[in-house]
Design a protein around this ligand. Structure first.
Ligand code: SF4
Length: 227
């Protein structure tokens, strides 16, 4: 499979935020979100066998721990990614899959916690969510909306209500989009939507969502890669 990077850091964008985690970033994405912060994963990378990826994960986190498959879009390499997921589960790892929500998710092994994006209009990929994926969601899964303004917020709020999302999954995450050119100071001023404003909207409307900040961008320089 084509891999951009494998590294250990702190999980930053889910209910697992703050936990040590090995990230396996698969190369390529078929979407082009306006605020994407991993454009470096669109091309390049290197070919690695399932064995090589597994060995690297074991080296970074021997005997178990948290692992996340991310990208890019990992499900573009479903044929190789699914057996890798099963192998990691069998070896006792807790496994997260971060996915854009555009690819079919029926074949993701049951023990994997899916963190599924629903792209809002401000991303430029607003119609990309594959509605059949709602049927694949389990109680342990999480659904994430990256929100860059009021129109995105209303889209997310209405989508959650229309599909009863909070009853289907462990968490509905509302995350303010980050400026992709952000660097230097580790502050909320880099967010495209002020987190305070988003929090107030959530409270006003009683939305059953969790405000989620990209923790790694407040721990390291927001321009840092491999964190
Ligand atoms: S789906 Fe993810 S990797 Fe692909 S363009 Fe959007 S943010 Fe970037």
């Amino acid at each position: 499979m084509q891999i951009t990077e494998i590294y250990k850091s702190i999980q930053g964008e889910s209910t697992f935020s703050g936990l040590p985690c090995v990230f396996v970033r698969l190369t390529a994405c078929n979407l082009r979100c306006s605020w994407c912060d991993t454009e470096y994963s669109f091309y390049g990378g290197r070919k690695m066998t399932q064995e090589e990826v597994f060995n690297k994960v074991e080296e970074l986190s021997p005997g178990g721990g948290l692992v996340e498959l991310t990208g890019g879009e990992p499900m573009l390499q479903e044929r190789e990614a699914v057996p890798l997921m099963q192998r990691l589960l069998d070896a006792g790892y807790d496994l997260l899959l971060e996915t854009s929500g555009e690819r079919p998710l029926e074949n993701v092994p049951k023990g994997v916690v899916k963190i599924v994006d629903v792209k809002c209009p401000g991303s430029g990929e607003g119609d990309s969510f594959r509605m059949e994926n709602l049927e694949t969601l389990h109680r342990n899964d999480e659904v994430k909306f990256v929100i860059s303004g009021r129109a995105d917020y209303e889209f997310a709020r209405d989508f959650v209500a229309r599909h009863g999302l909070n009853a289907k999954v462990n968490a509905v995450l509302f995350s303010p989009a980050f400026r992709k050119e952000a660097e230097g100071a580790r502050t909320a001023s880099h967010c495209l939507l002020d987190p305070q404003q988003l929090a107030e909207w959530i409270l006003e409307d009683n939305v059953p969502a969790r405000l989620s900040l990209q923790m790694h961008k407040f721990v390291w320089d927001p321009a840092a890669k491999s964190v």
